[in-house]
Design a binder for this molecule. Structure first.
Ligand SMILES: [Zn+2]
Length: 249
């Protein structure tokens, strides 16, 4: 491990040399390679997390360049996961970076996430997050929920024992209740803020530190930052009853 590369975070009492070693032995999976995914995977790779895997099924579109910082014009039309892998190898050749072009489903999610020490959510819909939540609770893997639309976003660190995402959202919200960036837009300063909060929580997981127990809500336009207490639902279908991949209520 090149000590110079990480000297500024080794100096931190929150990380130090022991923490840096833990990061170098850890593996993180980033689910999705849009705005949150490009920022998250870049931060994880730069921090020296030993294994960073990026899962995404899409190709780069010209509308992505406004906010998806690993992509340039020459990447338009290419698979996001492959471009991200290529870019991040240039950033850090001392870690393992893997981009996988895949559509994550309840059938394949456990195979893709098993063995991860933390999963970072960079998807754009609640159905995908319910799939991650179920898989992570079942596999015993901590994960960090993150969403960013318009001018505001949310982050919640989830541990397998709960409270989990379904303690907060017991049923899948109707599609029209959770619009995406494609439908309502997004200010391009938001994803870096939300991804930074997500990755900070992920690093704390990897370092064995206590994560923030509240749901964090940020609005970059108003400057508001709120924290909402989250309680475990003792009859939660996922983290209490362990009934997985039931999204119909
Ligand atoms: Zn739960």
């Amino acid at each position: 491990m090149n000590q110079d590369r990480y000297s500024r975070q080794v100096l931190l009492k929150e990380i130090g040399i022991d923490g840096q070693r833990k990061l170098s032995e850890a593996s993180a999976v980033v689910m999705g390679c849009g705005a949150l995914g490009t920022h998250s995977s870049s931060l994880l790779a730069r921090a020296g997390v030993g294994e960073v895997t990026i899962l995404d099924r899409d190709v780069v579109d010209i509308t992505n360049l406004q906010r998806q910082t690993l992509f340039g014009e020459d990447a338009v039309g290419q698979p996001k996961a492959e471009v991200a892998e290529r870019q991040l190898r240039q950033v850090n050749s001392e870690i393992a970076i893997r981009g996988v072009v895949v559509d994550v489903t309840p059938e394949n999610v456990e195979g893709l996430l098993s063995g991860a020490d933390v999963v970072v959510d960079a998807t754009d819909n609640m159905k995908a997050r319910f799939v991650i939540n179920d898989a992570c609770v079942k596999l015993g893997v901590p994960w960090v929920y993150g969403g960013a639309v318009g001018t505001s976003g949310m982050v919640l660190a989830v541990h397998p024992e709960g409270p989990c995402l379904r303690c907060v959202f017991p049923t899948l919200p109707p599609r029209e209740a959770t619009p995406t960036c494609d439908e309502v837009g997004i200010v391009n300063t938001l994803p870096s803020v939300v991804a930074s909060i997500e990755v900070t929580e992920a690093l704390k997981v990897l370092l064995g530190e206590r994560t923030t127990p509240e749901l964090m809500i940020v609005d970059v336009w108003s400057g508001d930052l709120d924290k909402i207490r989250v309680a475990k639902n003792k009859s939660c279908v996922t983290c209490a009853r362990h009934e997985f991949y039931r999204f119909d209520g």
